[in-house]
Design a protein around this ligand. Structure first.
Ligand code: PRX
Length: 653
């Protein structure tokens, strides 16, 4: 990451405020803002108190050992994550409570009580042992969104084998790179998954990936779709056959607090994916505390995080956080608009979902389909909404608030990263006054700052770089097999502080306004403008559904803005509309932010996690080198964006 600029001007102003509704505040887990001041006075005490709610095989001697940039939390303690997510509840009144409720794409339903889940996990832990997996061995999991995915993860945690989950939408090349890096002897997969009714051939991708990878000794295959696959004698094992023979008790391995729980690969700005390593105890304490306090979890909640478990959001807020808290976590295999754009709202109504946690990109898609779809359903069970993944533009925030939340549910806009493991900046819904578009303030015990390129704090209203100024329990421990890259990426820009790579601004109430990745911030005539803010301004126009804005070199201004705009259903493209949009951005942000070129398009190219592929668009539009495309998670992406650009720009702008 290159830190090159001075200050970042943030131009978007939002004045609206939403205090917590009295009815919500009265019943909230956190009602007293004192939690923030107390945790600030003694963060280690705050985290130790959170840690005491878990079951430890041996208590810790020291809360934190900070040898920058390496932190160890709960030093001397031993603990098992699967024991905390399962055994602790199985020996309580939660024994027969639903732990995971699952719905498949075509409507099949399965419910796992804590007891049932515990049994399955014990059995699969024994299957892994029987295949020679030992404490410390890395197991790769490449599965669809089915309950066997969290079962496999928890089984790994039970025997102390760090898992590396690979999103089921990745190509065999991505699997190969990650398996080779993690040196996994065992891969857990399925014959296939489903996406929009079509099978996604996972086992076939694994077969291609492990070709020439002698490190892989066994592949366990769950029969999800019942399609024919090749099973290699001696290497491949059917899940159901192995489970039928497995004993249903496997003692949980007491793990050192700083032993790794998992590796999760995430793409960097350049080069090969980074293997983000998360710890056992610190991670669990961090995700359990944030789940309970941010999502305000109660015994009778029906909680739904719509992420895929292949991403960190699914790890922390479908599996580990909710299960450590004894919650009912809903898993859905499908997409929001299959077979129709009312699918999600139908699920909310049928299951009585009370808490919904999703991404701005999904909210904007729903906005585009129109409010008739959610209006078909009774959404009155919802009491809290959340977002994660990118800044939410105030327009989408308001739509989510009114149309989905019925103007009654607080929205927790949660800022965090794969690397941070847990949410770091967020409202606590019972005490925070919300401002649409702001993630508000750091979680108790977390210290965040906005600094300039020299590391000095910048004042309210001025943009800069977001850094985290003290360690937090769920922080990444290192990058797998690459501590030097860990130091260089996160700790070299501002000494002693974690560099997030995001731009941000603080307002006069010390609220954080996230401005997206720094490499999405561009310089126009000496002014730094967050492309996200221009996108947000465009989307606030009533005819616009979605926008992607990138910078392009410009002889006079340094950089100029190019905007790609998707209109709402039923709106017609026209030249006057483009002028109107430019005028709108000038009025919303200022003349410098008005795009030089606007293209109207049917759709925007996105990554599999739903993020607009700005980096690829930007590189192509500016004629830059994209670098080695084989290292991109989806090598086909560049070709796809190229074709898309040609089609869009080929039409008269
Ligand atoms: O730029 C920030 C954005 O997503 C990045 C982290 O992406 P990833 O590691 O894939 O994890 C996504 C899920 C945690 C951040 O650097 N981001 C995430 N949440 C927000 C956000 N930007 C603004 N507001 C958020 N609430």
């Amino acid at each position: 990451m290159v830190v090159s600029s001075a200050t970042i001007d943030s131009l978007l102003k939002e004045k609206e405020q939403y205090p917590p509704p009295e009815s919500f505040r009265r019943q909230a887990v956190v009602r007293d803002p004192k939690i923030l001041t107390d945790a600030e006075k003694d963060p280690e005490k705050f985290w130790a108190d959170q840690a005491k709610e878990l079951r430890w095989s041996k208590p810790w001697d020291k809360v934190l050992e900070w040898d920058p940039p390496f932190a160890k939390w709960f030093v001397g303690g031993t603990i098992n994550v699967s024991e905390n997510c399962l055994d602790r509840h199985v020996t309580s009144a939660r024994r027969n409570k639903a732990a995971i409720v699952w719905e498949g794409e075509s409507g099949e339903r399965r419910v796992f009580t804590y007891h049932h889940l515990w049994r399955e996990v014990n059995k699969f832990a024994n299957v892994l042992r029987s295949l020679g997996v030992k404490r410390g061995d890395r197991v790769t999991i490449y599965m669809p969104m089915i309950p066997e995915l969290p079962i496999a993860m928890l089984a790994c945690a039970r025997i102390g084998a760090p898992h590396s989950v690979i999103f089921g939408g990745f190509s065999s090349k991505a699997v190969q790179d990650r398996v080779a890096d993690a040196e996994s002897h065992v891969i857990v997969t399925a014959d296939a998954g489903y996406r929009r009714g079509a099978p996604v051939l996972l086992k076939k991708a694994v077969d291609e990936a492990v070709e020439g990878l002698p490190v892989v000794r066994h592949v366990v295959v769950y029969k999800r779709a019942g399609i024919e696959v090749t099973m290699k004698e001696g290497r491949d094992v059917w899940w159901h056959e192995a489970m039928a023979k497995a004993d249903d008790w496997c003692p949980p391995e007491p793990m050192g607090a700083a032993d790794p729980l998992f590796i999760l690969y995430t793409s960097g700005t350049t080069g090969k994916p980074k293997g983000v390593v998360h710890s056992t105890a610190g991670y669990l304490v961090g995700v359990a505390a944030t789940t309970k306090l941010i999502f305000d979890l109660k015994e009778d909640d029906f909680y739904w995080c719509t992420a895929d478990i292949g991403w960190v959001t699914g790890h922390s807020y479908i599996v580990y956080g909710p299960l450590a808290t004894g919650a009912t976590s809903f898993m859905f295999e499908g997409v929001p608009d299959y077979p129709k754009p009312n699918r999600w709202w139908q699920l909310v109504e049928e299951y009585g979902v009370t808490i919904l946690y999703t991404a701005p990109t999904a909210i904007r898609a729903c906005m585009r389909w129109g409010e008739d779809w959610p209006k078909m359903h009774d959404l009155s069970s919802l009491r809290l909404l959340g977002t994660v993944g990118e800044p939410i533009n105030p327009e989408a925030w308001r739509w989510y608030y009114r149309t989905i939340g019925g103007s009654r549910c607080p929205i927790v806009d949660t800022w965090w990263q794969t690397e941070t493991g847990m949410v770091l900046i967020t409202p606590l819904p019972g005490i925070a006054t919300l401002k649409p578009g702001s993630a508000t303030r750091p979680f108790p015990g977390v210290a965040a700052e906005v600094v300039d390129e020299k590391g000095h704090t910048v004042g309210a209203g001025r943009g800069g770089y977001l850094v985290i100024s003290r360690p937090w329990p769920a922080m990444l421990m290192t990058l797998y097999k690459d501590p030097e890259r860990y130091k260089a990426t996160y700790w070299s820009q501002v000494p002693g502080k974690y560099f997030t790579g995001d731009g941000a601004r603080l307002d006069e109430d010390s609220y954080f306004w996230l401005m997206g990745r720094i490499d999405d911030v561009i310089n126009i005539s000496g002014h730094r403008v967050g492309t996200m803010e221009v996108e947000s301004a465009l989307v606030s126009h009533p005819k616009v559904a979605e926008a992607a804005v990138v910078g392009k070199p410009h002889a006079l201004k340094g950089q100029a803005l190019v905007a790609y705009v998707v209109l709402r259903t039923g709106e017609e493209r026209s030249e006057p509309l483009k002028d109107e949009l430019k005028k709108h951005v000038r009025a919303e942000i200022g003349p410098i932010a008005a795009p030089d070129e606007i293209y109207i398009t049917e759709k925007l190219p996105k990554t599999r996690s739903g993020k607009i592929m700005r980096r690829v668009i930007r590189a192509l539009v500016s004629g830059q080198e994209i670098g080695d495309t084989t290292t991109l998670e989806d090598p086909g992406a560049v070709e796809e964006v190229k074709k898309w650009l040609e089609a869009v720009e080929g039409k008269a702008p």
